[in-house]
Structures are given as structure tokens and as C-alpha cells.
Design a protein around this ligand. Structure first.
Ligand SMILES: NC(=O)c1ccc[n+]([C@@H]2O[C@H](COP(=O)([O-])OP(=O)(O)OC[C@H]3O[C@@H](n4cnc5c(N)ncnc54)[C@H](O)[C@@H]3O)[C@@H](O)[C@H]2O)c1
Ligand SMILES: NC(=O)c1ccc[n+]([C@@H]2O[C@H](COP(=O)([O-])OP(=O)(O)OC[C@H]3O[C@@H](n4cnc5c(N)ncnc54)[C@H](O)[C@@H]3O)[C@@H](O)[C@H]2O)c1
Lengths: 207, 207
């Protein structure tokens, strides 16, 4: 098993690695990892051997590999995979949007309730029935759910997501969701974008 | 014609009225209007008679009515009407979203290029061909355009909008638009919402 002081250093390594990933750095040395954190590079190497991460002498460690090792170990994994429920107009537009890839994000499973939609394929993925949500989310360890169903269905879908282990919900349905305190909700209201634009126009006319 | 000092006070009234509209206030007196602006209520009444706005003694003026009078006069009107080009998945989801109404915003005309879509109706409005954009935008004096077409078509559509007199563009296509300096562009990237949510998850796990 892993000594407690090592376990407490791992989230610091993880956070630093994520910053590197955002800066598109792909290889780092144990000295790099220890530098900003005030940890001796030999200690970093010892820590990383506990979960089998092997650096190549003179080259270093692969950032992506360490992130996935550490993520697995810290149980933080799967912050980059999401599922979506409600594959209507908005859901389809979100599923086929290429803009998520640059953030390392991807929508890995689609759900709906309409028999005409369930079973069809979107970008090669089959649309599942929402009744299968809980066990699919549990199996894939998905932590992020996207809600694009009509407002009156949204609470029921949120309850199913939480039952499956979803810890963060991106909600488009214009309604307030009630979920346990530890579940994060981000409600999106596109109208704010249009209102802001309109406001700029007025401001420009008045200046 | 309207005296210059009156003309200079009108935008101040207009800005104040807009704030009231957002606060859902529907009737105000000349004393209310003058109060925060340090203008005598008799002067406000004289100013407002120049364009025929009549307050009802003891009751006041209707906020909406004054906004539309002043908007017309100041040429700022139509900051609440938008047109949309590209009625595919995202476009349809935006057209049928009820969230714009509370901001006093509405999408008044839809355009597409696909013969299967042009001529069909969405919420009772006929979808026009994009070739009719310039003259319809000019006729309706529309100032806001929404772009929900594929990235490779977006610049062409932006040029048509600017030619029609559009002064603010809400762009969803993942591409950089080149427009004259006085045209405002707001580019929306929904991926930021998902990335932020994912980031919260990581931060929560690390705390
Ligand atoms: N927040 C925003 O800015 C914004 C913008 C546009 C639309 N919306 C909202 O997004 C939602 C979707 O809009 P749309 O235009 O795509 O609607 P839509 O009717 O085209 O799609 C809704 C889909 O949800 C499915 N569905 C319904 N109940 C379900 C359930 N219990 N489980 C699984 N699937 C279910 C339907 O079968 C349909 O495919 C609406 O709530 C709408 O108000 C929000
Ligand atoms: N910014 C974001 O967050 C976000 C999210 C989802 C989708 N998108 C983008 O929005 C756009 C639309 O996505 P979608 O899923 O609705 O695509 P879609 O293919 O379903 O719809 C595009 C529509 O535009 C029409 N069109 C094409 N060229 C045109 C032209 N020159 N004039 C008028 N209409 C034209 C097509 O006929 C079609 O109806 C894409 O650029 C997509 O990348 C952005």
C-alpha cells in the first residue's frame, strides 16, 4: 500500500500535470514536477514508482500517462467524458459540435426516450433508452451529465443521473433542479448572450 | 424641430427607462424620470411633449410606450429583434427556446439555403431563402443577426448581414469573422461551459 505522505503529495502532482496539459506540454522530468512544489526530484521518482509510472532516463514522463494513472488512483478520473440526455435539436447540435475536443472533452453516450430516436446512430454511437442510464453511467464511471430535455422532464432525468453516480450536471432546460449538495450544477441560458449583445448596441447608441 | 438641449437629455431618459423595464416597472411619472437625473419634472414633461408622449395626469407614462417613442426618435430602435441564419439543429433549438422573451428579445425571421428547409414554417414563421436576407433586413430595420451555419459558410453570411445593415452578430460557427470595425461580434463557444464544469470537478477532488 502507499504511505500516507506520498498519498498527500499526489493531488499536487495531479494539479501541476493538468496545468501542463493545458499548456500543451507533453513530457516532463521528475525535477520539473518537484520544482514548483518544493519536493526533491528523487522523492518525486519514489512516489511515482508506487503506481508503476516509469520515466525514461534522460527523457522523462508522459504528462497524459501520469494524468490517467494519478486520476485512476485518486478516483478523479473521467472528468473528460460526459453523457447527454435528450437528443432533440439542441442535443444533436451539441453532440456534433467539434469544439469540445480541444479541451480534451468528449460526449461518450447519448440517451433519449422517444422510440423513434432510441436505437438510431449519431456519429457512430447508438442512442440508448434513458431507462438504461443508471447502469451505463455506473459501468463507464461517467461523472458529467448534460440535460437537453424539455423543462418538465429535467428533474426526473437529474434524479436518474445522480442515482448513476453523476457528480456534475450541465443543465439547458429552463427549470431549477434539486440535487444533493455535493452535485455541481451549471445552468446555461443562451438568452444571456443575446441580451448582452443587445445591451452593447444600446450602449453604443447612447455613447 | 426639437431643441438641442432636449435632444441631449433624451438618451438619459432612454437609459433610465430601460433599467425600469428590466426591473419590470411599467408606469412612471415625470418626477420619477427627472429624480435620478437631476432634471425638474416640469422640464421632463415639456421634453416628452416634443414627440407626442402624453402622460395621464395622476397616473404617469407607460414605460414601454416611452421606450418605443424614444427608440424611434433616437434611431436606436430594434435592439430587441434579431434574425437567424442557419435553421439546422442548433438554429431550431434557438428559435424555439422560450428564454428570450423575458429579456424582451425575439427572433423575427429565419433564413436557410437548403431547398428542403426554405418555405417550411417554424412557430408560424416561414423560413426565407438567404438570398432574400439583405432586403428583408433593410425593410424590417433589424440590427442583430445570429449565425448558426457551418463554419465554412459563416463569413459569407456575415457579409450579407453587414450589407443589410446588421450592426451586431451573435456567432456560433467555430471560425473568426472579419467585419467592419463598427460591427459588434459576440462569439459563443458552448464548450467553455462543459470545460468549466469539468474543471470544477477536478478542483473539488483536489480540495
Ligand atoms: N438554455 C438555453 O439557452 C436553451 C436554448 C435552447 C433550448 N433550450 C432547452 O433545451 C431543451 C431541449 O430543446 P430542443 O429544442 O432540443 O427540444 P426538442 O424537443 O427538440 O428535444 C428534446 C428531446 O428530449 C427527449 N426527451 C424528452 N423527455 C425525455 C426523458 N425523460 N428522457 C430522455 N429524453 C427525453 C425528446 O424525445 C427529444 O428528443 C428544452 O428544455 C429547451 O427549452 C435551452
Ligand atoms: N459555438 C457552439 O458552442 C456551438 C455548439 C453547437 C454547434 N455549433 C455550430 O453551429 C453551427 C450549426 O450547427 P448545427 O449542428 O445546427 O448544424 P446543421 O448542419 O444541423 O445546420 C446548419 C444549417 O445551416 C444551413 N446553411 C448552410 N449554409 C448556409 C448559408 N450559406 N446560408 C444559410 N443557411 C445555410 C444548412 O442548410 C443547415 O440547415 C455549426 O457551425 C456548428 O459548429 C456551435
Amino acid at each position: 500500500s502507499i504511505p500516507k505522505p506520498t498519498l498527500e503529495r499526489l493531488p499536487l502532482y495531479y494539479r501541476r500535470l493538468l496545468q501542463w496539459r493545458e499548456e500543451k506540454v507533453s513530457i516532463v522530468s521528475s525535477a520539473d514536477i518537484g520544482k514548483n512544489l518544493g519536493i526533491d526530484s528523487a522523492q518525486v521518482r519514489r512516489d511515482l514508482t508506487y503506481f508503476g509510472a516509469v520515466g525514461r532516463p534522460g527523457i522523462g514522463y508522459k504528462v497524459e500517462e501520469l494524468i490517467s494513472y494519478l486520476g485512476e488512483l485518486l478516483g478523479i478520473n473521467n472528468v473528460n467524458e460526459a453523457i447527454i440526455v435528450g437528443v432533440g435539436n439542441l442535443g444533436r447540435a451539441i453532440c456534433s459540435y467539434p469544439g469540445f475536443a480541444p479541451y480534451g472533452l468528449s460526449i461518450v453516450a447519448f440517451f433519449d426516450i422517444d422510440p423513434q430516436i432510441v436505437g438510431t446512430k449519431i456519429r457512430g454511437h447508438e442512442v440508448f433508452h434513458v431507462n438504461d442510464l443508471i447502469h451505463i453511467v455506473k459501468r463507464l464511471k461517467i461523472q458529467i451529465g448534460i440535460i437537453t430535455v424539455p423543462a418538465r422532464e429535467a428533474q426526473k432525468v437529474a434524479d436518474q443521473m445522480v442515482a448513476g453516480g453523476i457528480r456534475a450536471i450541465w443543465n439547458f432546460a429552463p427549470t431549477r433542479l434539486h440535487v444533493p449538495e455535493e452535485v455541481i450544477i451549471r445552468s446555461e441560458d443562451l438568452a444571456v448572450g443575446l441580451a448582452t449583445l443587445s445591451h452593447y448596441l444600446v450602449r453604443e447608441d447612447l455613447s
